[in-house]
Design a protein around this ligand. Structure first.
Ligand code: FAD
Ligand code: SF4
Length: 327
């Protein structure tokens, strides 16, 4: 564990000023940051505790949608009946994440900002080569064990997956992040690794996520989060899909569809090709299976993760058919 200065912010302006200093990181629930500091992956000189800032943990829901404060605990959002009812994919993505103890500590903002679980990234002593941790140092995963790595959105510099569940549901449902004094679409907030895998999000120095808003819609109301993983709890996704489905008045035609993927890409991954192929078509098992394969048309497998290319279309199809009452 490293030494660091500790500051507690009492309001947002104070937090932004403090967080603007170099080598400063904010801490909310601490379930990721403390872990990474112990592993020597991050070495902040100063840690700014935002967990006591009043008003940032509210959950407001009205006819236009949900506004969820960044300091709301994962467990509280997952259990909120208004979120379960109007935005089931959001509630499910949270209740299927981590463990009850972690969900009781961890916040929405911290969840979105969690770092990759690439084991090479998390072990600096054994693996000095990691472009995400130390730009230009190489990538120990290439040529290593890649079972948990990405098949979509990879670059020559980094093939690590984005591990979180909530962000996948938010990207599917066209959510917006409130960041400092601006807003940014959830889909645009997360960045592809390209040649700069150390830049994971659009968050700028000194900025703090204050809230997430999710628009109310028929696809949000009829949505689900399907997570496939090596064990039934306390495990990150091998592949997951957040899906929202709106059926036309005839009850059998897909009026609208949203699909986003987790566990298989370097960022929460919107599968628009699947949406476009199925929108306006009859809900049919064979057509859904065929369209779901479009999600992996551009996928690239490494030594250990080709199974994800087989798994992803099945996860998408199962989620769509379940929502449509056909599975
Ligand atoms: P912190 O640890 O306080 O912060 C995390 C990061 O976010 C830090 O970089 C911090 O600077 C930054 N940050 C925090 N709040 C803000 C803010 N408002 N604005 C800007 N930056 C901010 N997650 C899943 O989604 N699915 C899982 O299956 C899952 N399994 C897990 C299993 C284990 C064993 C563990 C330890 C974690 C797991 N997690 C999983 C991750 C867990 O959900 C995160 O650790 C947690 O959500 C982080 O929230 P926090 O409030 O504790 O963040
Ligand atoms: Fe680092 Fe990315 Fe390579 Fe993992 S995949 S070792 S995070 S550069």
């Amino acid at each position: 564990m490293i030494d660091f200065h500790y500051e507690r912010a009492t309001n947002l302006d104070e937090a932004s000023v403090l967080a603007n200093f170099a080598d400063t990181m904010v801490i909310a629930g601490g379930t990721t940051l403390v872990d990474l500091a112990k592993l020597d992956v991050v070495r902040p000189e100063t840690v700014v505790d935002i967990s006591r800032i009043p008003g940032l943990d509210a959950i407001d829901v009205d006819a236009s949608g949900a506004m969820i404060g960044a300091l709301a605990k994962m467990s509280r959002v997952a259990d909120d009946p208004r979120i379960k009812d109007g935005f089931p994919a959001v509630a499910q993505s949270l209740s299927l994440a981590a463990s009850q103890q972690l969900r009781n500590m961890a916040t929405i903002g911290g969840n979105l900002m969690q770092r990759t679980r690439c084991s090479y990234f998390r072990d600096p002593a054994a693996y000095p080569s990691c472009n995400k941790r130390t730009p230009g140092s190489g990538c120990a995963a290439l040529g290593g064990l890649t079972r948990n790595h990405a098949v979509l959105g990879t670059s020559e510099a980094c093939i690590a997956t984005y591990p979180g569940d909530l962000a996948v549901a938010l990207v599917a449902l066209d959510a917006t992040l409130h960041v400092g004094r601006r807003t940014v679409a959830a889909e645009d907030f997360f960045l592809l690794p390209g040649e700069t895998p150390e830049r994971e999000t659009d968050l700028r120095q000194g900025e703090i996520i204050t809230a997430v808003s999710v628009p109310a819609s028929p696809v949000a109301r009829r949505s689900t989060y399907l997570k496939v993983r090596d064990r039934q709890s306390y495990e990150f996704a091998s592949a997951s899909a957040a899906v929202g489905l709106e059926l036309a008045d005839d009850g059998g035609t897909i009026a609208d569809l949203r699909v986003a993927l987790g566990g298989v890409a370097t960022k929460p991954w919107r599968a628009r090709a699947v949406e476009d192929a199925l929108r306006g078509t009859p809900l049919d098992e064979e057509a859904v299976g065929e369209a779901s394969r479009l999600a992996v048309a551009e996928a690239v497998a490494f030594d250990g993760n080709a199974y994800k290319i087989e798994l992803v279309p099945r996860v998408i199809a199962r989620a769509i058919l379940t929502l449509g009452g056909l599975a």
